[in-house]
Design a binder for this molecule. Sequence first.
Ligand SMILES: [Ca+2]
Ligand SMILES: [Ca+2]
Ligand SMILES: [Ca+2]
Length: 349
Amino acid sequence: MLGTRSVGLLALALLAGTAAAQTITVTYSQPLLDRWNYPFASNPGAEKFAPTFGAIEIPGFDDRDGQLLVGFNTSAEVPTGLPADYYTVVSIRLTVWVGADQQFVYDPTFDSYTTVLHSNDPRFTQDTDLGKPVEVFGVGFRNGQSLLTYNENSPFGGPPIVPPAEGARNAFAAIFDVSGTSATDVSRQVRLGFDADPFGIAMIPASENVQPGDLVPVGTPMEATLDTCVSGAQGFLRQCLAAGRIDLMVSSLSPAQGGPDGGTGDPTYPTFYTKENPTAAALGKYTKLELEVEVRNPADFDRSGFVDTDDFDAYVHAFEAGDDSADIDGTCFVDTDDFDAFVRAFERG
Ligand SMILES: [Ca+2]
Ligand SMILES: [Ca+2]
Ligand SMILES: [Ca+2]
């Protein structure tokens, strides 16, 4: 609590008009919301488990059929409402907890969508390792829903009212443009035929002694360190922080057994605890987010506390040198878009 309080005072100082950079480090030991984002979830915000599975190329269902939406309210620790380029996520790690025993095998590496195509599809490629990774994406919305309106018990999707329906979910696993404002739904990426880089893949800590290809025991933590250099990731997180809430979608293309509703047959997909799960609550195994954010006006490039022509000169020098510090738009590389972004920030003051 003391740590959170001191962070709050720093944020107040920022709002009071000092231009100093702030670095905020915070751990959210429970989510604001977690929701089984699945068309047949009868009580999606109160489900005790969130199974993540695919309904690969099954008409009427998204390929990423069962998804886990998690959200964290950051507004108490990270000041909201600033221009997006004030925010830079330095590090971010999401931890989820496996909720069913030995139901899937651990795959810590990316698999192309081509590995889940039907084997007679000419684009099919053999998966070179057992299992499917647990992936973490950003979250996009449709049908008038948005980051701050969509909650545990908001409507799953738009018309038709009776599921299933493809491409109709109101909150979906998404990749983003550089600005983080334009979402591309990856829920149907297999039938649409494209690969999508997740922001992170959930990994099991070495101390758990679970090797790739092993069945994963119940209660195992899985940690996804998000790569803010993935295209659109920093932009998406900037938009989240400006709004005061970070939403992420946990998803897997492990095919559901026994049909798309996961009805019959032995399941072979990952299931996670939600905060409503009494076992998770007793063990403190809540979905967790660890976050380090720098908040500063990028126009004060020399960090003097105010914006003047010295900042412009310093920026031009860094830009010409190709220095990492000249990356204003958060893409992890320096190009003329950064120069334009700096000029806009400088003119803003
Ligand atoms: Ca694999
Ligand atoms: Ca300055
Ligand atoms: Ca850049």
